[in-house]
Design a protein around this ligand. Structure first.
Ligand SMILES: [Zn+2]
Length: 185
């Protein structure tokens, strides 16, 4: 910048309007409306010709939905976005999440896909009044798990919805939570 004699109005508009693409270090919020996670990578936004910083989950979704923009980004001289999108092995859609998995030998049913790209499962056959809840990544590895009393299971799921965030409910789990069954079991 030193030595420039141009006035601000001469500089304005001289640079081409190009999206800024690459890793985000300042930890600002994800650019997707309701998401409150920190952004990790800035992508070229296809519809507006601008850019947006996304969290790992929304980066993963962006990669799934905007393949052409993604491959263009990979050709740029920036850190490979793939390294950020595959981190944590997240699910992108509920369809990718199996209806049932086994965690530590226990049969588990799908409950929801969280906004963090991890799927929530609960015990298919709870024993001694306790229900195991576990979040599972795309490799079907448990990430976190907790056991709650069966009478508290509905309350736990609502806590998960409010604190972790649900991207999509399993239809059966949603029906059990919001229809037919008593709200406070
Ligand atoms: Zn996000």
């Amino acid at each position: 910048m030193s030595g420039t004699t141009r006035k601000p109005w001469e500089i304005t508009g001289s640079a081409p309007l190009e999206p800024d693409v690459g890793p985000v270090d300042d930890g600002g919020p994800c650019g997707i409306g309701q998401c409150d996670r920190d952004a990790t990578y800035r992508v070229a936004w296809p519809h507006f010709g601008s850019d947006e910083a996304l969290c790992p989950f929304h980066l993963c979704r962006f990669r799934a939905h905007h393949g052409e923009v993604w491959s263009q980004m990979r050709e740029l001289d920036v850190e490979d976005p793939d390294a950020h999108a595959v981190r944590g092995q997240r699910f992108v859609t509920l369809d990718e999440v199996p209806d049932q998995v086994a965690v530590d030998g226990e049969k588990m049913n799908r409950v929801a896909l969280g906004v963090d790209g991890l799927a929530l499962f609960d015990s298919a056959e709870p024993d001694d009044g306790m229900v195991l809840f576990a979040t599972v990544n795309r490799r079907l590895e448990p990430v976190e798990s907790t056991k709650v009393a069966r009478s508290q299971a509905g309350r736990f799921v609502l806590w998960y919805r409010d604190h972790e965030g649900v991207y999509r409910w399993d239809p059966d789990a949603q029906a059990a939570l919001y229809g037919g069954e008593p709200a406070d079991v």
